[in-house]
Design a binder for this molecule. Structure first.
Ligand code: C5P
Length: 301
């Protein structure tokens, strides 16, 4: 018997590589990215309620602009699962937000994926993983990844996923600057660069991970959005340089930004680097990379 209420964690992600190719006829870009789930979480709590409604509440001290109506991806995800399962059970969802918005960390997408898993579980798991994956893509290009988690390559629009070997835990410093970057803007800015060429780093990163070559894992990280975002937002470029000067082994933009991550040699080093950034940026977090098992336990029943 399912116990209520129950809580699931929705992890953030970074992109270890992000190659953006051409714009497709449907307006989306084809891409290749090695995506990595990280231990910076939002929390979703699911309870049953008497009425047949889906209700949603949210605590978001860092992102006061999170909508709580049906434009929120969590609400949309819950309604999609109920509709596909043809079960009208009343569910209340409470979201505690820690992942900053407009940061490229996939917070909204992860919340949506976790809502799909949670509502499906609350209804007794009527939908298969394949059905959840199809619903995930209707909510956003990054949502399917959060059903897989761990380390995985995303191709197509982001929905063609290949799970990769788990990495040895890497310690990250995640810094969210004042600036917000909209994903739509970032894609347009990239398209406006006439002489642009993609890094095409995803293939060699996959090879490095297959060979368990952890030096190349650090050396091969890249992100095509860095060029337009660093050019348009010099403060974000500076934040990237600062992480390197503070001792990070490498530093890159998270997705289309605005957050930047650095990788440190150890947890202690990550804390040391973070303490140099705290107080000067709105949010600074130390977080490990995650292995896949968390997602399997979240999906399995
Ligand atoms: O899929 P999602 O709604 O998260 O995408 C947000 C925006 O990012 C899209 O409207 C599109 O402009 C851009 N995008 C894209 N190619 C992708 C993913 C997103 O152009 N593969």
């Amino acid at each position: 018997m399912m116990q209520f209420p129950f809580t699931l964690q929705a992890p953030a992600k970074i992109n270890l590589t992000l190659d953006i190719f051409s714009k497709r006829a449907d307006g989306y870009h084809s891409l290749a990215s090695v995506m990595q789930a990280i231990g910076l979480y939002d929390t979703l709590t699911f309870s049953l309620q008497e009425s047949e409604e889906v209700t949603f509440t949210c605590e978001a001290p860092h992102s006061p602009d999170v909508p709580t109506d049906t434009t929120n991806l969590v609400v949309r995800a819950a309604l999609l699962v109920r509709e596909a399962a043809e079960i009208k059970r009343g569910i209340a969802i409470h979201l505690e937000k820690r992942i900053p918005s407009q940061a490229g960390l996939g917070g909204g997408s992860s919340d949506a994926a976790t809502a799909l898993i949670g509502v499906n579980r609350a209804l007794g798991n009527p939908l298969t993983e394949k059905q959840l994956h199809a619903l995930a893509l209707t909510l956003g290009s990054d949502v399917p990844f959060f059903l897989t988690g761990g380390t995985a390559t995303a191709r197509g629009r982001g929905e063609q996923l290949t799970p990769l070997l788990d990495l040895p835990t890497q310690w990250l410093i995640i810094v969210k600057p004042e600036e917000n970057v909209s994903t739509g803007w970032a894609y347009n800015a990239l398209d406006a660069i006439l002489d642009r060429a993609s890094h095409r780093g995803t293939k060699r990163m996959e090879e490095a991970i297959r060979q368990q070559d952890w030096e190349r894992l650090i050396a091969f990280q890249c992100n095509d959005f860095e060029r337009p975002v660093f050019e348009h937002y010099p403060k974000i470029a500076w934040l990237h340089d600062e992480l390197l000067m503070a001792g990070a082994l490498t530093a890159h933009l998270c997705g289309s930004g605005s957050a930047v991550y650095g990788i440190a040699k150890s947890e202690a080093d990550a804390e040391k680097i973070a303490s140099r950034m705290r107080g000067r940026y709105p949010q600074v977090a130390v977080s490990p990379t995650l292995q896949r098992e968390r997602n399997e336990s979240a999906l399995g029943d």
